[in-house]
Ligand binder design. Sequence first.
Ligand code: ATP
Length: 269
Amino acid sequence: SPAKKYDGETTPKVTFDDVAGLKGAKRDLKEIVEFLREPEKFQRLGAQPPKGVLLNGPPGTGKTLLARAVAGEAGAPFYSVSGSEFIQLFVGVGASRVRDLFKTARKTAPSIIFIDEIDAIGRQRGAGLGGGHDEREQTLNQILSEMDGFSVGETVVVMAATNRPDVLDPALLRPGRFDRHITVDRPTIEGREQLFEVHSRKVPVADDVDFKRLARATTGLTGAEIKNLVNEAALWATRHDQQFVTMDDFEYARDKVLMGDFREEILTE
Ligand code: ATP
């Protein structure tokens, strides 16, 4: 409904410690954290403060989590909207919603605005119907003009996520807009090991569990998939009334996640 408020207007509790792997991305984002914490330092040295950061990578790799962690590290409120939701929920009022969102973020600065699935709003203009005056374009134009309107003293950072950077309107990527690009890739083997660790923090894991081995055996899985795998292992152990989650449980869960419904078919044949 149009009355829906933005998610999480509070400071997230997550920090970079909750984000597995993605060392390069975290290093690049430290500068944003510093800016939100000490904007005066940037101003004093006449440095151009960062405004827009584009996180780009496949679904489930931790883009939203990273953005929340930046806010958590900086102690800044986090305003999150999704591009596709925006288009669907705010028909006819997209531009005024954007104005509203930026106004609130400015009032509570230093703050972060996060736009997930920016490609839903930010597709190349002029390609759609209506000769370039549709709803989506007005929403996009409003985002651009809000970002252009930030004055030097305004500490609002806009982060956006996409897995389709290729379809974005070049106007979004111009200097002073989303001019910083951070790649959020599928995890490396070390990243996967950390993902098992992070997502098993609250799981009583048996002594025989070997996260290194599991990391080797889960090439290609994303963070979201490994989180799901750990949960499947814990569910399987619960079903068998175990006190600990064992390596067998993790291996069962890995097969289930890797093979999906395929396995179910084999087992029920
Ligand atoms: P989408 O593009 O689908 O929105 P995303 O890249 O924003 O995906 P998230 O929503 O951040 O991904 O990730 C989904 C869940 O998977 C997160 O809540 C988190 O628990 C887990 N996850 C993904 N990547 C990581 C990571 N690098 N470290 C820790 N957890 C992760």
